[in-house]
Design a protein. Structure first.
Lengths: 336, 375
């Protein structure tokens, strides 16, 4: 989700942005913001903008629409990637945890005054990935930081963040924008409006996720999985198919599977083709719906979500085994 | 940027500035030194994000003003290994710094000066001037008591408290406390408190000497800046509240002992050898005119010594961490020391005894509080 280094708010975040600027200008900015919402909405981009604006010495000199001047000392250091008053903390890797040592580093950072004399900002990506110990270590600093300090916590799954952390932050929820709001942005990045609409649907209305899934690498994986499922319906051997999948992409593979399962359940319950996220897979769905009951699909969905939760919490399951078990269950349902 | 400078003029400030640049840096730009050449000479800046030091060097000739950053240690090593009295010319050519001297030529990588995290001077700050020697004595008298990596982060530093005409510094680690104050040559009105972090105190101490040359402290909300002899030292502050140290200083102790400082110190250091290596506890038995010190360790070895002290009153048995007592006796500047005790559970107050033509309390008045141990 690497967004280009442009210091402009995304079209569908303009309202949130204006609200934030107003808070800054009235000097009413809270000390901690929890940016919550599903992945692929541009929360990271929004956080980047907040940081840019607060660390810029002369935001009033910014070009029209931009949030920071990009020329002052603060901006130069931020663009070079090392502003001394910005601390970014994130899980070491997808599915890894944020441990207590990292959080103690935050506390050390807060113990001293700002080097540049402006705002001190702690950006914490993936707040749900903090271990209980780490979250507890953060509480004191999060509750009473010194002057001119801002915590930016980002979370795709705010429900998994400790309530004690949540209650110390002002929560800003991001929700999926309407298609019209993000259409120009999508068209700019994808081939045309049809493409934009298709991938927007596939991504469940998350614009950044839509662009990510529309990239050729992701397209290939999706194509590969579509073929695999066709093969499964025709009676291919799930274990052999699993061996051919790239184990590194376990999370993405489960993600697609979950999205398709949700489609299947929608279709099975309502028969409504309009609400499908992946309209191109309709023929596959029709076949699958004939073969299994909705209850079985729900059971499979529970399994997939459980696996995804394990991965998210650093459970480190064996990818080979997960893929095999996952495909065997699919195959059983597709053919029963 | 293009200028020439003599090796000696560059080397002195450069080696001081490179001293604050840490060897292992996570950010490449921090291992660099910022060079700003202008009409008033060359300014060199090194930082580790906690402390910053700006040095100043006179240029031999300036052809073009400008600024850049170059690797500090490499520049210093090159300058150091050039022959004495060599002339160095440094020029910025196509994003690289070219250093020429005689028939040598070195090309150093650079990073843009704008990316260097130097601290900009904030405007409305209070200023205070005092002799360098006074500040040095203040720091030396209390620095040992600073906590090290304590979770109470506000103890990992030294409190500077300024009330009109008096500078007071306080350091404590929760077991012992050192307060020292001076009004000699201090020019300041108003009042301010700040906590300088441990690293800042140590680095500042390295810049000081015993001379009477003035040092100017600029006190800002986020920084302490010290200007002296061509150098500008800046440190971040600790963002916290120092505990109320006045309450810790015991009042109303009725057992006043006056002892020879060096005699007492040597005796304590000797008995310390056989104290418990971890807790370093010694027992002090106080009687009229005599102090008996006793230590033993888990191996049942025992040390016992007696020293004559000036004391009248009831006898008392009290335990101390011998290291804390020795630390205090090391920094007290006078021949004799006054120890005030009240009972075995109250802390001891140690003070210098001023006699004759030695320093007077006005130059440097220190108080040390040491908590007792239950042995």
């Amino acid at each position: 989700m690497s967004e280009r280094k442009v210091d402009r708010p995304l079209a569908w975040q303009l309202d949130d942005w204006h609200r934030l600027v107003e808070l800054i200008e009235r000097d009413r900015l809270p000390h901690a913001l929890m940016l919550a919402g599903p992945a692929g909405l541009g929360k990271g981009h929004f956080a980047e903008l907040v940081i840019a604006r607060l660390l810029c010495a002369a935001p009033q000199q910014a070009a029209a629409g931009a949030v920071a001047c990009g020329r002052c000392h603060g901006c130069s250091m931020r663009l070079a990637g090392h502003h001394p008053d910005l601390l970014t903390v994130a899980p070491a890797d997808q599915g890894r945890l944020i441990r207590i040592d990292t959080v103690r580093g935050i506390n050390d950072f807060l113990a001293q005054t700002a080097q540049q004399g402006g705002y001190r900002i702690v950006r914490l990506n993936g707040a749900e990935a903090m271990t209980i110990g780490a979250a507890n270590a953060l509480l004191k600093g999060l509750e009473e930081p010194g002057d001119r300090t801002l915590f930016l916590l980002l979370s795709d799954m705010p429900s998994r963040v400790m309530p004690t952390v949540l209650s110390r932050c002002q929560r800003w929820s991001f929700t999926a924008p309407s298609f019209d709001d993000c259409l120009p942005w999508l068209v700019e990045r994808l081939a045309d409006e049809d493409d934009a609409r298709f991938w927007w649907r596939v991504a469940g209305g998350m614009p950044l996720a839509a662009v990510a899934q529309g990239e050729s690498e992701a397209r290939k994986l999706r194509q590969r999985l579509t073929e695999l499922f066709d093969a499964l319906v025709r009676g291919a051997e799930p274990v052999a198919e699993a061996a051919r999948l790239d184990r590194q992409q376990l999370g993405a593979i489960l993600g697609y599977g979950i999205s398709w399962l949700e489609d299947l359940i929608r279709l099975g319950l309502s028969g409504n083709v309009e609400s499908l996220r992946n309209p191109d897979l309709l023929s596959l769905y029709r076949q699958a719906v004939k073969n299994a009951r909705v209850r079985d699909w729900f059971r499979l969905l529970d399994y997939a979500r459980e696996q995804r939760r394990l991965i998210a919490q650093g459970g480190n399951p064996n990818p080979q085994l997960v893929l095999e078990a996952w495909l065997i269950r699919w195959a059983a349902l597709l053919r029963s | 940027m293009k200028f020439s400078i003599s090796r000696e003029a560059l080397l002195r400030p450069l080696s001081l500035v490179a001293g604050v640049v840490e060897r292992r840096q996570t950010l490449p730009v921090l291992s660099n030194v910022l060079l700003i050449a202008g009409g008033d000479g060359l300014a060199l800046t090194g930082t580790d994000l906690e402390v910053e030091l700006i040095g100043h060097a006179e240029l031999d000739s300036l052809e073009a003003a400008g600024s850049t950053t170059v690797p500090a240690r490499k520049l210093m090593d090159i300058c150091r290994s050039l022959p004495e009295g060599a002339m160095i010319s440094l020029a910025l050519e196509e994003g690289r710094a070219v250093l020429r001297s005689g028939r040598s030529r070195f090309t150093l990588s650079t990073l843009p000066a704008a990316e260097f995290p130097n601290i900009e001077q904030s405007k409305h700050d209070a200023e205070l001037t005092l002799p360098r020697g006074v500040l040095k004595r203040l720091i030396d008298a209390t620095g040992f008591a600073m906590a090290q990596q304590d979770v109470r982060y506000y103890l990992n530093g030294m409190l500077f408290e300024l009330v009109s005409g008096v500078v007071r510094v306080v350091a404590t680690d929760g077991h012992r406390l050192a307060v020292s104050e001076s009004s000699a040559g201090v020019e300041f009105d108003g009042s301010q408190k700040l906590i300088l972090p441990r690293k800042g105190v140590l680095e500042l101490g390295r810049l000081l000497d015993d001379s009477d040359a003035p040092i100017t402290l600029v006190l800002g909300p986020n920084h302490l800046r010290a200007r002296t002899g061509g150098y500008v030292f800046t440190s971040k502050l600790i963002d916290g509240k120092f505990p109320d140290y006045e309450r810790v200083v015991p009042k109303g102790g009725d057992k006043k002992i006056i002892a020879e400082r060096s005699e007492l110190r040597q005796m304590l250091s000797r008995t310390a050898i056989l104290s418990n290596e971890k807790y370093r506890g010694v027992r002090l038995y106080l009687e009229e005119g005599n102090l008996r010190v006793q230590a033993n360790n888990p191996e049942q070895e025992e040390a016992e010594e007696n020293v004559t002290v000036d004391y009248q009153g009831a006898s008392l048995e009290i335990g101390f961490n011998v290291g804390y007592l020795v630390d205090v006796l090391n920094v007290i500047g006078t021949d004799r020391v006054l120890i005030t005790l009240s009972d075995a559970n109250s802390s001891a107050l140690l003070e210098a005894v001023f006699e004759g033509d030695q320093e007077t309390p006005a130059t440097l008045g220190s108080k040390y509080v040491v908590m007792p141990m239950r042995l």
